[in-house]
Design a protein around this ligand. Structure first.
Ligand SMILES: Nc1[nH]c(=O)nc2c1ncn2[C@H]1C[C@H](O)[C@@H](COP(=O)(O)OP(=O)(O)OP(=O)(O)O)O1
Length: 148
């Protein structure tokens, strides 16, 4: 089981997304994040990834969801989802290109197929737990539980 974090930064009517240049989900827009390394907790991983991926810090982290991804061909993932606030200016890095999107223009068609089911919950500060079953990049089934 791989453990990872995804962090979403929502400010006013905009969200900061990252075009991933490499790794799992390359070619898609996503929150920032990555795999948890030995000895880190999810918050520490989120802060490290923010520095690595966009050369900026994040603060006021709020854990908002937990997602399990089951993939029949590959490995299973547990992903901790956070909201956070940005300190400073995001920059392009070797991993990704950051870009602000209006909330009404989120590019769901160029994101992981599961995102459209749970990102609205993150934006509305609704806690959730979800499970998604994939075959490669195709989502087959899902379950979501949400609570205020
Ligand atoms: N179906 C999915 N939907 C989604 O929104 N995010 C997903 C996802 N499956 C995985 N993720 C996230 C978790 C994690 O933040 C990221 C994948 O992590 P990466 O491969 O970028 O990890 P690292 O930054 O540790 O990369 P490397 O150093 O290249 O191994 O994609």
């Amino acid at each position: 089981m791989i453990e990872a974090v995804v962090v979403h930064i929502v400010q006013g009517n905009k969200i900061l997304l990252h075009y991933k240049k490499r790794g799992h989900g390359a070619g898609k827009w996503n929150g920032l994040g990555g795999k948890i390394e030995n000895g880190e907790n999810p918050e520490e991983c989120a802060k490290r990834e923010a520095k690595e991926e966009m050369h900026a810090d994040i603060t006021n982290l709020k854990k908002i969801g937990i997602i399990k991804f089951y993939d029949v061909n590959n490995e299973d993932w547990t992903v901790y989802v956070f909201r956070a606030e940005l300190l400073g200016e995001p920059e392009e890095s070797e991993e990704s290109i950051p870009k602000w999107f209006f909330l009404r223009d989120i590019p769901y068609e160029n994101m992981w197929e599961d995102d459209k089911y749970w990102l609205p919950l993150v934006i509305n500060n609704i806690n959730f737990s979800a499970e998604f079953w994939f075959e490669g990049e195709n989502m087959k089934k899902f379950k979501i539980e949400a609570w205020k």
